[in-house]
Unconditional design. Structure first.
Ligand SMILES: Nc1nc2c(c(=O)[nH]1)N[C@H]1C(S)=C(S)[C@@H](COP(=O)(O)O)O[C@H]1N2
Ligand SMILES: [Mo]
Length: 389
């Protein structure tokens, strides 16, 4: 094979930095684990809020619950990105450790390395796909929600295996001083790196904090000014961002047409309402948030007709789901089903106005659904038909 260049594959002992130590990896790992744990639980909550037949019926109160859980989901996921990078950097030399010689140890270590490969792969996938999702960029062909959900179980499962396997070392290094070298790789040099281990860990936390501050303004109003990378803290009409405009989904003509009618259907009973018919009904005003799965949220003062009042007009009994149909002709959210607990909640309304003004076309004029504690995707805009199921 003479003459062929050999790939310079490093050896574990080539990495001499004292910073690449289990003492660093475990300390960053604790916070990474906390972030993953919160992101996992809040992710399950979001999943429950999105599926048609959830395990537990999603509550309608407090009205801002989903806003808080989804905000936490995106904040912890964002904080995890710098933490994961530092952690991977600290353990990187392990990738080049020579395999053990005895068959039994080889099997055990093979399994352990396999589980770490799954953990690293799924973690990178989760953080990368989540980050792209917050920027509403879907450069892939698969369903984000289904894939992100499945991967979450893989990530959390392999994380639990990883923690269980490493628990003795984790406890040892966390119980000792950070500079203690008991579990360090033998090939590690003893020259002093430019920053201390403590400095590196603090730097990782600082980076996580900066990442959060730079983005959390999308859901935490007081951070709006500092969040330079917040995707949609920007203002739309009434201080609420526009997710998709009427033009983008091609409903401008239908929404502005004087022939617009909202159809209300219960069995064979159907009623039609023009926008001014709806304005004649008793109006209510409530503060309700729009909380988008992509991590932005904003509260608005909405006014309009209580959905239950409308349903009473066609004699619909309580405890029924309602199908909500939009003027929009394409896309996954043109038809959604509103579960009964939201249908019967007195705060759920067909909104006609925001902040005391007529609903803007891009916010769903002539009328849109607004329900308490409901993910943004189901706050259907440009509603044209309500069917009692
Ligand atoms: N018909 C229709 N309704 C819709 C959408 C849409 O694309 N089409 N987007 C939803 C999403 S994802 C969100 S977050 C909210 C945003 O409402 P806004 O644009 O008024 O802020 O509207 C929801 N209602
Ligand atoms: Mo959304």
């Amino acid at each position: 094979m003479a003459g062929l260049p050999t790939l310079p594959i490093p050896k574990e002992d080539d990495f001499t930095s004292r910073l690449r130590s289990p003492a660093v990896a475990a300390r960053v790992g604790v916070w990474l684990g906390i972030c993953f744990g919160i992101a996992f639980v809040t992710g399950l909550i979001s999943h429950e809020a999105h599926v048609t037949h959830p395990f537990i019926a999603f509550p309608t109160r407090p009205v801002g619950l989903y806003r808080v859980t989804q905000g936490l989901h995106v904040i912890t996921g964002t904080a995890a990105i710098p933490l994961l990078l530092v952690k991977l950097w600290a353990v990187f030399p392990k990738l080049f450790a020579p395999p053990p010689r005895k068959a039994r140890e080889l099997v055990v270590e093979g399994l352990e390395r396999g589980s770490i490969a799954v953990l690293v792969g799924s973690s990178i996938f989760q953080l990368a796909s989540g980050l792209l999702n917050t920027s509403q960029w879907y450069p892939w062909g698969f369903s984000f929600r289904a894939t992100h959900y499945t991967m979450a179980w893989i990530a959390i499962g392999s994380l639990i295996v990883h923690i269980a396997v490493k628990l003795p070392i984790i406890r040892d290094v966390l119980g000792a001083d950070i500079e203690d070298g008991k579990h360090d790789r033998p090939g590690m040099g003893d020259e002093q790196p430019p920053i201390s281990r403590r400095g590196l860990v603090r730097g990782a936390f600082l980076a996580a904090g900066v990442a959060v501050l730079a983005t959390a303004g999308s859901s935490v109003p007081v951070l709006k000014k500092v969040s330079v990378f917040a995707i949609r803290s920007g203002n739309g009409p009434g201080g609420i961002p526009i997710n998709k405009s009427a033009k983008q989904v091609d409903v401008v003509a239908a929404a502005l047409s004087p022939d617009f009618r909202l159809t209300l259907a219960h069995g064979s009973t159907e009623m039609e309402f023009s926008r001014s018919d709806l304005e004649q009904l008793r109006q209510r005003t409530h503060d309700l948030p729009i909380a988008c799965v992509e991590g932005w949220s904003a509260s608005g003062t909405w006014s309009g007709v209580r959905l239950r009042d409308l349903l009473d007009l066609v004699g619909a009994p309580k405890g029924r789901d309602v199908r909500v149909v939009s003027l929009q002709q394409h896309g996954p959210y043109k038809v959604t089903v509103l579960p009964r607990q939201f249908v019967d909640d007195p705060l759920t309304m067909l909104a006609l106005g925001l902040s005391g003004e007529k609903l803007a076309l891009d916010h769903g004029y002539p009328c849109r659904l607004m329900a308490p504690d409901r993910p943004g995707v189901f706050q259907t805009k440009w509603v044209s038909r309500l069917e009692v199921l």
